[in-house]
Ligand binder design. Structure first.
Ligand SMILES: *Cc1c(COP(=O)(O)O)cnc(C)c1O
Length: 475
């Protein structure tokens, strides 16, 4: 598949490339169709590990050889999140439609930083859909990013701009002479604290508010913390609520947080990484009441939306303050009144990235091809499976729940004196076993087995396999 010498990297012989391309596509579709028949995870064998350490490829290798290497050395040694038995962390399973759309996006090689072309309008369409879905104003701004970690970081920056004004972009935050303080719950994702660090505010400026027995932020404690900080001469600026906590899937009382934010004139950001899309399941949507009052919302299409990685999203109520945080004049990014370089606002005005891929396409295909109802049903089914696991634990001798089941996450473990060690050992053993794989977390300081139902391929058989394997384990 030698390139035409001195001309370009395109093939000399498109017919051969086409045949090889079809074979590659078929191989991947086969792998997806049979994903549940292979081990979920397996250790990387030493020869494959050694083969992965090749010298810098100065000379060409035929495409079919590189693809063979992929089939032998990469494909079988994934982390397993496409497998129906994967219950670790909170990860989406992907779909064949998402995979095909990603291929189309790569073929277009669109750069969504700006300019006037249809891919930008696809991303705007998704923004308009999300504004409608979450009850935001029709002119809300939105942007695809890698994931909720970055979307949360951007929201902190936007709230910081609102509190200090755009002048702080030039003078730095210290020049404002005020100490900004933010508020989130004790069970918020670690990336919120990290966002405070990256924003130059320091993670100590983020108050970790206590939670009730359902792991929802204690609203009275929130009000008290804001009052105490004001009394100390600090400047409260942001509340970060959680829709679907990483520990047990809890959702804060978002309407109550919105009321506090209004009373105190603070920005309300919601981390809805996986939980926000529960709005697609009619029986779960009421838990998200109040989300429509947020100033900004971060969530991932790559978790419960099953869009292939990565596809995070930030939705912002006020496009002007969103732009004021990121947009910058550069002579080489000048906008024309019409034609290719036209458009008043480009996506690069809404975030730190200039070059951006076409994440919107795989999302557009996924939402249109499956339809919102089917995605909502698969989300509701995840929660049904969590309840089935809860029931099986209740009925099992020697296992017990370690946290209430709120949504799709079940934290549980062995009972008895040696429970901590047994829980850790069991998770390691299950992950190595390749059939069904939960992950580990800590609940009240103790190791807990954590099963998160996110993958649309997971079924009752996987729940039963998990419990049966645990009960068969030696003490
Ligand atoms: C997964 C998750 C994040 C981080 O999202 P990424 O897409 O991994 O960056 C943040 N918050 C919560 C609640 C999450 O579950």
């Amino acid at each position: 598949m030698a390139a035409v010498e001195g001309v370009s990297l395109d093939p000399e012989d498109w017919t051969t490339l086409r045949a090889q391309g079809h074979k590659m596509l078929d191989d991947l579709l086969d792998a997806m169709e049979t994903v549940g028949e292979r081990p979920l995870w397996q250790p990387i064998p030493e020869p494959a590990r050694v083969r992965m350490q090749r010298p810098l490829p100065a000379q060409p290798t035929p495409l079919e050889v590189v693809h063979e290497d992929f089939l032998h050395d990469i494909l079988p040694y994934g982390s397993g999140n496409a497998h129906p038995g994967f219950l670790g962390w909170v990860q989406g399973g992907g779909t064949p439609v998402g995979m095909l759309a990603e291929m189309l996006a790569a073929g277009l090689n669109a750069n969504l930083g700006g300019r006037e072309h249809m891919p930008i309008h696809v991303e705007r369409q998704i923004t308009a859909w999300m504004a409608e879905l979450f009850g935001f104003p029709a002119d809300a701004s939105g942007l695809f990013v890698t994931g909720t970690s970055i979307a949360n970081f951007m929201a902190v920056l936007i709230a910081r701009t609102r509190a200090l004004g755009t002048g702080s972009r030039h003078t730095g935050i210290a020049a404002a002479g005020r100490t900004l303080t933010g508020y989130t719950s004790r069970v918020a994702h670690g990336c919120v604290g990290q966002a405070f660090e990256m924003a130059g505010l320091g993670s100590e400026s983020l108050r970790a508010i206590g939670v009730d027995d359902q792991h929802r932020m204690d609203v009275a404690a929130l009000r008290a913390a804001i009052a105490a900080d004001r009394a100390a001469g600090l400047t409260p600026f942001l509340i970060v609520g959680t829709a679907g906590s990483v520990d047990i899937g809890a959702t804060d009382d978002l309407a109550a947080l919105a009321e506090v934010a209004r009373d105190e004139n603070l920005w309300l950001h919601i981390d809805g990484a996986f939980g926000a899309l529960a709005i697609l399941a009619p029986e779960l949507a009421p838990r998200l009441a109040g989300i429509e009052q947020a100033d900004s919302l971060a969530f991932d299409f790559h978790k419960w939306g099953q869009v292939p990685y990565d596809a995070g999203f930030l939705l912002c109520r006020d496009p002007a303050i969103h732009r004021a945080t990121f947009a910058a004049d550069a002579p080489y990014l000048q906008r024309a009144t019409d034609g290719m370089a036209s458009g008043t606002h480009w996506p690069c005005d809404y975030g730190p990235d200039l070059s951006r891929g076409f994440r919107a396409l795989k999302t557009w295909f996924t939402l249109r091809t499956y339809g919102l109802a089917a995605i909502g049903e698969s989300i509701a089914r995840s929660c049904d499976l969590a309840r089935r696991l809860e029931q099986r634990i209740a009925a099992a001798e020697g296992l017990s729940l370690m946290a209430p089941v709120q949504l799709n996450i079940v934290c549980f473990g062995f009972t008895g004196p040696d429970a901590d060690r047994r829980n850790e050992a069991a998770v390691a053993r299950l992950q190595a076993g390749g059939r069904v794989a939960p992950s580990l977390t800590r609940i009240h300081g103790h190791p807990a087995i954590r099963a998160a139902f996110v993958n649309h391929r997971t079924s009752e058989a996987d729940v039963d396999a998990l419990v049966d394997l645990l009960l068969a384990m030696p003490a």
